[in-house]
Design a binder for this molecule. Structure first.
Ligand code: UGA
Length: 423
């Protein structure tokens, strides 16, 4: 068993800390946010993430995990994972200042011959800056990007598709790979720079794929075709793959928009621009706008003073995260068109800087509404009986941007049902 320090206890840091502790390692989570440390130490998770609190409590009880704000506590650890945020700067580039500041602070406390592992998504060659800041011959720097999805972070931690370990020192790289005890995962040993790019290229590829899917959905709607059948058949080709082929109101979250912009900016700086990334970002704005257009068309051409029930605020189901949520982008566009919005979400209680009524009571939400616009694929929405809410509405119209619901069931209840990708 290894002694591991995790710097930063956000989504990635906490999931990794809890994951490593469950695997039997001795973990210390370090974060400058003292309130968060107090919460975590008492077994409460500051984030909504499946199973994380259960695992956290178990590991606290077994004394396999502890939390502190004291950076000097890294001294007891052989492996120090950097899980700090790399937010987007105004020009689109990633801000690595948290990583660089923390490595300066860490250096003098690091154990002899320890390994610093960069897990955060960082721009190309950040590992060299980290090495410079640490400035110690005995300490190795390994790039080990995370591929955790919000909502399934622990599942992804324990059963990863692949583990990428970037470091030319084979011994150190193997030691880091072994920490995961993931017998079935493919381990990709590579150099630090390639590991950094693998993360950006993967997220950007997925974002481009989704933008294309949404473009095909729009195109199919202009014909007699059904994009869902088109995409399903495309996915049967192993080279394309069946995942990430669902049309929606656009992609979002804390990773895709930031990573696409950062790769775009980095490539531009190096004088090898990647126009596909510009196109994917532009296409994503079109995907938000298309849902608003559908709504407008269904309501006779204008949204002025129309009452819209929005279902879902988080950027996808099973998370309370509304940062860069396509649902929020669509709501902003609806508000700009003069619509009045009431939102319904099983978990999200409010959204910062957005003054709309949010409730988890569907009847309250749809009363007097001219249309429902479903924006997040919460399974809870499937349980709603359209017959029980139809009489409460002013007009029986539903726009299902995620193709989540059963069309027939809603049509039988008297609704005009508008899906995404077909007419
Ligand atoms: C993403 C990647 O999937 C992870 O591998 C990566 O580790 C993570 O970013 C990160 O960089 O930290 P996440 O942001 O949690 O994970 O979200 P995804 O599940 O990838 O979904 C991204 C967006 O695409 C969501 O808005 C989702 O609703 C949308 N989406 C996804 C679709 O519209 N259609 C699909 O078929 C799939």
């Amino acid at each position: 068993m290894a002694k591991i320090a995790i710097i930063g206890t956000g989504y990635v840091g906490l999931a990794s800390a809890v994951g490593f502790a469950h695997l039997g390692h001795d973990v210390v989570g370090i974060d400058i946010d003292k309130a968060k440390i107090a919460k975590l130490s008492s077994g409460q998770s500051p984030i909504f993430e499946k199973d994380i609190e259960v695992f956290l409590k178990k590991s606290l009880k077994k004394k396999k995990i502890a939390f502190t704000s004291d950076y000097s506590k890294v001294a007891g650890s052989q492996f120090v994972f950097l899980c700090l945020p790399t937010p987007q700067l105004d020009d689109g580039a990633a801000d690595v200042s948290f990583i660089l500041e923390s490595t300066k602070m860490l250096s003098r406390h690091l154990k002899k011959s320890s390994t610093v592992v960069i897990k955060s998504t960082v721009p190309v060659n950040t590992w060299k800056l980290v090495k410079e800041n640490i400035n110690r011959e005995d300490v190795s720097v390994v790039s080990n990007p995370e591929f955790l999805r919000e909502g399934t972070a622990l599942q992804d931690f324990f059963k990863p598709d692949r583990i990428v370990v970037g470091c030319t020192d084979e011994v150190k790289a193997t030691e880091v790979a072994r920490l995961y005890k993931a017998k079935k995962a493919k381990v990709v040993f590579t150099d630090n720079t390639s590991a950094e790019i693998i993360k950006y290229a993967s997220n950007s590829f997925l974002a481009i794929k989704l933008s294309f899917v949404n473009e095909i959905a729009a195109y199919a709607e202009s014909t007699d075709a059904n994009a869902l059948e088109v995409l399903n058949a495309m996915g049967l080709d192993k080279r394309i793959g069946k995942d990430f082929l669902k049309p929606g109101p656009g992609w979002g979250g804390m990773c895709f928009p930031k990573d696409v912009s950062a790769l775009k900016e980095s490539a531009r700086e190096k004088n090898v621009p990647i126009p596909l990334l510009d196109a994917a970002l532009e296409s994503n704005l079109k995907a938000h706008a298309r849902i608003v257009d559908k709504c407008k068309k269904a309501l006779g051409g204008s949204l002025k003073d129309k009452k819209i029930s929005v279902w879902g605020l988080s950027f996808k189901a099973n998370t309370d995260d509304t940062r860069f949520s396509p649902a929020i982008s669509v709501i902003e566009l609806l508000l700009a068109e003069g619509a009045q919005i009431k939102a319904f979400d099983p978990i999200v209680k409010n959204v910062e800087n957005l003054s709309i009524e949010v409730s988890d009571d569907v009847k309250k939400n749809v009363t007097g509404a001219d249309a429902i616009v479903l924006l997040t694929e919460w399974q809870e929405f499937k349980e709603i009986d359209p017959k029980k809410i139809s009489d409460l509405m002013n007009q029986k119209i539903i726009i299902d941007s995620r193709n989540l619901l059963h069309k027939n069931k809603w049509e039988k209840a008297g609704f005009v049902f508008i899906g995404n990708g077909y007419n």
